[in-house]
Write a protein that binds this ligand. Structure first.
Ligand SMILES: *Cc1c(COP(=O)(O)O)cnc(C)c1O
Length: 399
């Protein structure tokens, strides 16, 4: 009797993970922060020498000094978060009730909230169509006699052309202070200058997912003695407000030493990914043609075009990429679409910010410390999802 052999159907090697295939990156996104022996040693030593239990000690002092040196000798106030840093920047500039603050309609939500916190009104301007960051050409239409500050944030590997922002602000009838939000790119170079040093005040974040992380934390940077003094008065009233602890500073110092090297590795990966994605229609990296700039990459921002992916909705595409082991997520919600219109003043139609609300994707940074193979896997995963877009669309995003 002939034996009937059941030949197992060969696995469809091309099947996307969201449809049951093998993930392109089975290990998933790298941990962040990863194992950092230098951080462990620094924290151990702070535990051993008792500095961990002090209000003020050598680590916070040293961190403030290191950041000040890196930013051309500015005054540095450490604080509890990047969000607190923006609030302190606004207070240092004496922004208050009745004032207006200009920012991009696509920006970190906390920046909008901070303007309200100090009693001022956010004035939202549109973003640049190709780099999806604040577009200085809209500043002129936004200024009134109430304008007291401009917040410029560098987002998702895009860079705000700061020389244009600062030139505009200085040449205004009444000069306008600029807050440069460098939370997403510590150590970056913008038009030949360190990110955070262009405006009157700059801010950094040491939040849990950021490039330098103590779980929480931030810094305010300024070269203006009056602003520095007002921030110090505000934070040192009675007891310290919004402080950064010795233990946090101890954990950050060794990371600062590695920042420049890590920024170079991330930039090399981002450049490689940019090259690979030139052949992947529908995933367009935030354009970055601001001269003499070396952006940082807390996120690598992409403009997603659903039409090229068989009408697969952005959030479903992101879910399919995450199933492949790639940390890709929708970006921020745009501020004018998520707040009551009485809370802000809109300048123009904010059409690009509305577009960004629907189409931004962000790749989280840890994978950028890996090599070119990882970048190839990201591009390959996108193409594999495209080949199966119809089936994924039918299945829906799942849970
Ligand atoms: C993360 C972030 C902040 C705030 O930092 P936290 O430390 O999380 O409060 C501010 N601005 C931008 C652009 C950010 O990405």
């Amino acid at each position: 009797m002939p034996t009937v052999q059941t030949i197992p159907r060969p696995a469809d090697d091309d099947l996307p993970a969201i449809l049951g295939g093998r993930p392109m990156r089975p290990a998933g996104p790298p941990d962040w922060p990863g194992a950092e022996p230098n951080v462990a040693a620094a924290v151990q030593s702070a535990l051993a020498d008792g500095s961990w239990g002090r209000y003020h000690g050598p680590h916070t002092a040293k961190l403030a000094e290191v950041i000040a040196c890196a930013h051309g000798g500015c005054d540095v106030s450490l604080c509890s978060s990047g969000t607190a840093a923006v609030e302190l920047a606004l207070r240092g500039l004496r922004v208050g009730p009745g004032d207006e603050v200009i920012l991009a309609a696509y920006d970190f939500r906390g920046n909008f909230q901070n303007v309200l916190t100090v009693g001022a009104t956010p004035v939202l301007i549109d973003i640049h169509p190709a780099n999806w960051n604040l577009d200085p050409s809209h500043l002129a239409a936004a200024v009134t006699s109430k304008t007291k500050a401009i917040i410029a944030s560098h987002l998702h590997g895009g860079v705000v052309p700061m020389s244009a922002v600062v030139r505009f602000a200085r040449e205004a009838t009444s000069p306008i202070p600029v807050i440069e939000d460098a939370a997403q790119m510590p150590g970056a170079t913008i038009e030949g200058r360190m990110a955070g040093t262009w405006g009157d005040v700059g801010i950094l974040s040491f939040g849990g997912s950021k490039l330098l992380s103590a779980g929480r934390g931030g810094a305010v940077i300024t070269s203006n003695a009056d602003i520095a003094q007002r921030i110090k008065l505000y934070t040192q009233r009675g007891n310290d407000a919004y402080p950064l602890s010795e233990l946090q500073a101890a954990a950050l110092l060794p990371q600062w030493d590695r920042l420049a090297g890590n920024n170079r590795r991330r930039t090399a990966s981002a450049n490689r990914l940019r090259e690979l994605l030139a052949a992947v229609p529908g995933l367009r990296p935030f354009e970055n043609d601001v001269a003499n700039s070396q952006p940082g990459f807390y996120k690598f921002g992409l403009q997603y075009d659903p039409a090229t992916f068989g009408s697969l909705p952005r959030d479903t595409f992101a879910a399919a990429m995450r199933a492949e082991g790639i940390a890709l997520d929708p970006g921020f919600r745009s501020l004018h679409l998520t707040h009551a219109s009485r809370r802000f003043r809109a300048v123009g139609t904010l059409a690009h910010a509305s577009d960004a609300d629907a189409r931004v994707l962000t790749l989280h940074h840890p994978v950028l410390l890996e090599g070119p193979d990882a970048m190839q896997q990201i591009a390959d995963a996108a193409e594999r999802i495209r080949r199966h877009a119809a089936a994924i669309r039918e299945r829906g995003p799942g849970c």
